[in-house]
Design a protein around this ligand. Structure first.
Ligand code: NOJ
Length: 549
């Protein structure tokens, strides 16, 4: 299956579907929903980690890469899921968390017991003479990134939670162990891998950072391309059917040209996040500022055009389990909920790159606006609830920030129906259901020809039916327009115009070319108002026009 023509659907199993009534989603729950995914039309399912884990970071803290956490089911359940998915033409993509393990992993336990072989699997360093940690780097979840171990009078590095010690990739034995993990899952027929924060695995100098939080010393590090090429050659590179995506934290485009190069030496494609920092202040996400629409367009277009020039491939997306819901973020979850959700879907699915849909995005699921700390479950949110108050913010202000930026915004249970627990479970879920499930849910959307679900189906279909959607080059149009994002795609004799109004006000947009010769392929209103070179766009209107050259 050509990954350029494919669409990937991301499942956060903990919140997708609970088959055994414990309030916690599981693999059998996913298997039970395969027909739904088939109907949507996706080609791959990316499953976030379901390996044995203490769940301090919902599975991104892996204790055993080879076993299924009993909360999610058994290896038989996995095999059944894999078989049933295959029957429906859907392939599985697994999530490999290789920058760190859980502190409960056998390797780390042996390291703590003093076994030198395993100590060298991790990054232990002496503190400074003044008793401070080795460097001033900050953990991504808040606080210093080093944890003191009295027994050794040393610290270990954890770029994420204290229970997620970083692996030492400079040790060849570590790299070989991780290769074995990939080969094991390849042996189970897995045809896709997503690599978690994989551009952080090659650390550079262990020095204090006086300009930032330390990321420049460990992001896109000196041996990163060597490590990815080695992993590729030793594992998935031997099977042309396997696709891979790297999650690239604070990466540079120049590095992504190589990570996701067409030459196939490293990965098939990359996730980058710069377009999702347009409502931050610099790298600071715990703030409230309106999103910068000009910056959003500029970043998306920049990545589109330069990655194309360098023969590299993007994964394109708005949502995942770490991001707030896009309709709440760049759309209007109130009056123009449906229009804006469809418009945002149009923008992503017509870009050059492989689109990723995060569970519930195809229904227009929104942020839940939790306003009690007991409703928040994520380690990052819980840490910042404390840190922001320590910095002097009143509790009420902290809630306003969490409501916008918390990762829990996307982790509420999938809304299958309007029932008590949204059809996710018979028991109380591990995280509260969004009360709007009575209105926003799969059951009702599947009965409605005009629903967001039905529109996503059409978007997925477009990529299959028109090569220009998958392969075309992209030219930004009228890039500085204050409320419209428009672009032109071309491929052989096919041309596509994608025009989207990002605001709730009508606007007339001048395409600078006659629109008469185009056919309307899709739009989020019943009709389109085009005349001459002008498109009259209603609130959040999006339209996709096609011409055969
Ligand atoms: C990125 C994952 O998407 C996120 O959920 C996780 O917390 C970190 N990596 C650490 O593994």
């Amino acid at each position: 299956m050509d990954f350029k023509k494919s669409v990937v659907y991301q499942i956060y199993p903990k919140s997708f579907c609970d088959s055994n009534g414990d309030g916690f989603g599981d693999l059998k729950g996913v298997t039970g929903k395969l027909d739904y995914l088939k109907e949507l039309g996706v080609d791959y399912i990316w499953m976030t980690p379901f390996f044995v884990s203490p769940q301090n970071d919902n599975g991104y803290d892996v204790e055993d890469y080879y076993s299924i956490d009993p909360r999610y089911g058994t290896m038989e359940d996995f095999e059944e899921l894999s078989r049933e998915a295959k029957k429906r033409g859907i392939r599985l993509m697994l999530d490999m968390v290789f920058n760190h393990t859980s502190d409960r992993h056998e390797w780390f336990q042996k390291a703590l017991a003093g076994d030198p072989k395993y100590k060298n699997f991790y990054i232990f360093k002496k503190g400074k003479a003044n008793g401070e940690p080795p460097t001033n780097w900050e953990s991504k979840f808040g606080g210093n990134a080093w944890k003191y171990v009295e027994k050794f009078d040393e610290y270990y590095l954890h770029l994420f939670d204290v229970s997620q010690p970083d692996l030492n990739w400079d040790n060849p034995e570590v790299r070989q162990e991780l290769q074995k993990v990939i080969r094991f899952w390849m042996g189970k027929g897995v045809k896709g891998f997503r690599f978690d924060v994989v551009n952080l695995i090659s650390k550079d100098k262990y020095e204090d950072d006086y300009e930032g939080d330390g990321r420049r010393f460990y992001t896109d590090g000196p041996r990163i391309h060597e490590y990815l090429q080695e992993l590729n050659a030793a594992t998935f590179g031997t099977d042309a059917e396997i696709i891979t995506v790297g999650e690239m934290s604070s990466t540079s485009m120049e590095n992504c040209y190589r990570y996701a190069s067409e030459d196939g030496k490293e990965l098939s494609m990359v996730f980058s996040f710069h377009h999702l920092k347009v409502d931050f202040v610099g790298n600071e996400k715990w703030v409230i500022v309106p999103y910068d629409f000009q910056k959003l367009k500029h970043i998306l277009f920049d990545w589109q055009t330069h990655m194309t020039e360098h023969h590299a491939w993007n994964a394109v997306f708005w949502c995942n389990h770490d991001q707030p819901r896009v309709v709440s973020r760049f759309g209007d979850e109130g009056r123009y909920w449906k229009e804006s959700a469809k418009m945002l879907g149009t923008v992503i699915h017509c870009l050059r790159g492989t689109p990723y849909i995060y569970q519930g995005e195809e229904l227009g699921m929104t942020n839940p606006h939790f306003d009690q700390i007991s409703q928040y479950k994520d380690v990052e949110s819980l840490n910042h609830f404390r840190i922001l108050q320590e910095k002097g913010l009143p509790e009420s202000a902290v809630y306003e920030i969490l409501k916008i930026h918390s990762r829990d915004n996307s982790r509420t249970p999938m809304q299958w129906d309007g029932g008590k627990y949204a059809g996710f479970s018979d028991a109380e879920p591990w995280i509260s259901v969004n009360p709007n499930h009575v209105r926003i849910n799969a059951e009702s959307e599947m009965q409605d020809d005009d629903s967001i679900f039905r529109y996503y189906q059409k978007l997925i279909r477009l990529r299959k039916d028109y090569d220009v959607v998958a392969y075309g080059d992209l030219e930004p149009l009228d890039e500085k327009h204050p409320s419209v994002m428009a672009y032109r795609r071309t491929w052989k004799d096919q041309e596509l115009l994608v025009i989207s109004n990002f605001y709730g006000k009508e606007v007339t947009w001048d395409a600078g070319r006659g629109l008469d010769g185009y056919t309307r392929l899709l739009g989020n209103y019943e009709d389109s108002r085009l005349s001459g070179t002008k498109a009259e766009l209603r609130p959040y209107e999006a339209v996709v026009l096609y011409k055969s050259l």
